[in-house]
Write a protein that binds this ligand. Structure first.
Ligand SMILES: C[S@@+](CC[C@H](N)C(=O)[O-])C[C@H]1O[C@@H](n2cnc3c(N)ncnc32)[C@H](O)[C@@H]1O
Length: 218
């Protein structure tokens, strides 16, 4: 099964540079709806998740830019990328000098997309394919990045509780977001804003304001 996921990702994407993020190439899709339809056919599931992994989302783009500008936030540190999608933030953390990066995803196609994108970058990323938000114990890392995880109410609530717990264990937490509806409003310190180039396939505008926040200790 894993092999067919990988083949699907290769068949439906092209390896290309990520606009505005130096030195990162990803397997990216073109049009979201035809790709989603192909995924529905492939899985036989009309409710299958959107192919998030085939796009660089605005929140993740903001984190990638931030890590490029502030490598010290992850350099020599162990990083965990929650909701990794294509692996964009994970690869950006490695480029910025992270000593070790783990990506977490619940989508089997994303797991293979991350593997392909890490390989294209000549990097190694461990991928955890389980719902870590169900776990009480935070990962044994120094920094957690979460790019664009605030688009759905249930996910946002669970992610915030989990990230707060990690923060209370001393883990630094960086969130990237372009103004999604369920971004928490408390306990965030805005670190930077970037104009990120995305696509009207995903967003209302091709250029969005992507913001990076740190989660304050509770
Ligand atoms: C909008 S995408 C963002 C992807 C990437 N971080 C970026 O910014 O390009 C959100 C991702 O979170 C993943 N996701 C949703 N719930 C999750 C969970 N409980 N644990 C890990 N990943 C999850 C989805 O599969 C999706 O790939």
């Amino acid at each position: 099964m894993a092999r067919s996921h990988r083949a699907f990702v290769i068949r439906h994407t092209r390896l290309r540079p990520v606009p505005g993020v130096a030195g990162i190439r990803l397997h990216l899709g073109d049009e979201v709806l035809p790709l989603w339809h192909a995924l529905q056919v492939e899985t036989g599931d009309p409710d299958t998740a959107l192919p998030y992994w085939a796009f660089a989302w605005a929140g993740g783009l903001a984190i990638a830019r931030y890590l490029e500008d502030h490598p010290g936030s992850v350099s020599g540190r162990r990083v965990f990328d929650l909701g990794s999608g294509s692996g964009l933030c994970a690869i950006a953390a490695l480029h910025a000098g992270a000593s070790d990066v783990t990506a977490a995803e619940i989508d089997a196609f994303a797991v293979d997309a991350i593997g392909l994108n890490a390989k294209a970058a000549g990097r190694r990323i461990s991928v955890v394919r389980r719902d870590v938000l169900d776990e009480d114990e935070p990962p044994d890392v120094d920094v957690i990045v979460a790019g664009d995880c605030w688009y759905a109410e249930a996910l946002a609530g669970r992610a915030l509780r989990w990230l707060r717990r990690a923060r209370s264990h001393g883990v630094d937490v960086l969130l990237g977001d372009p103004g999604r509806r369920y971004l928490p409003t408390d306990d965030l310190v805005k670190l930077a804003t970037y104009e990120v180039r995305t696509t009207t396939e995903l967003e209302d505008l091709a250029v969005k304001q992507g913001r990076v926040y740190a989660l304050r200790p509770g």
